[in-house]
Design a protein around this ligand. Structure first.
Ligand code: SF4
Length: 214
């Protein structure tokens, strides 16, 4: 199947419609020549309303961490955006609800197969960690700290939400060592020959509630 055809199916998806308080509005950015794939959590309410993922302060910080401008970030031929849940899941008791658990198992593998040039996958936040890295690392913090062991094909990040400022203050090594490694990997991927893709996941996302969008 070609990517545009599958994207049409994504945009028409109603798999978990009944659980979405504002209804389905899948937000992905996928181009068949993308070199960097960002797997975040789920759109927040603003992204749902504007149709632009990562258009908030979390997105600003993520772009700063990556060392890319909006022009590059929103170029589907360079960067693919595929969250753990494609639609806004609604508000929870503290922050938004988790990404819908149906979404990543339903879509991720099929979409990733149509992104043959992705050489770097950036796994952002706990839900991406749980699906793609939990078998290797005991926690998201351990996965982030082990960044060099994952590169050049993958890297894990905490969610860039301002809600994570305390984590950032408690882990100064992240800014000192992980961010330079991230920027170098992004720069290399955006100009480099594609390298092996990440292995298929073996774990499912947990139902715990996130506090962030993206
Ligand atoms: S969250 Fe995912 S599975 Fe649910 S309706 Fe949106 S695209 Fe479909």
């Amino acid at each position: 199947m070609r990517l545009p055809v599958l994207l049409d199916e994504v945009r028409a998806c109603r798999v978990c419609e009944r659980a979405l308080p504002l209804g389905p509005r899948p937000l992905v950015q996928l181009g068949s020549s993308a070199r960097v794939l960002i797997i975040g959590q789920a759109p927040g309410r603003v992204a749902h309303e504007t149709g632009v993922p990562w258009s908030d302060r979390s997105g600003d910080r993520l772009r700063e961490w990556m060392g890319v401008e909006r022009r590059v970030f929103y170029d589907p031929g360079s960067v693919a955006l595929m969250p753990m849940g494609f639609c806004y899941p609604g508000p929870g008791p503290s922050g938004d609800l988790p990404p819908r658990p149906e979404c990543a198992p339903f879509w991720h593998d099929r979409l990733r197969r149509l992104l043959p040039d992705v050489s770097l996958t950036i796994l952002v936040g706990r839900f991406a960690y749980e699906r793609y890295l939990a078998e290797q690392f005991d926690s998201l913090t351990v996965a982030v700290r082990s960044g060099p062991a994952l590169l050049p094909t993958r890297i894990a990040l905490p969610h860039p939400s301002p809600r994570n400022n305390l984590w950032l203050r408690r882990n100064p090594w992240f800014e000192a060592r992980a961010l330079p490694a991230l920027r170098a990997a992004v720069s290399s991927a955006l100009g480099a020959t594609p390298s092996p893709r990440i292995p298929a996941p073996r774990t499912a996302p947990s139902p715990r509630a996130p506090r962030r969008s993206g």
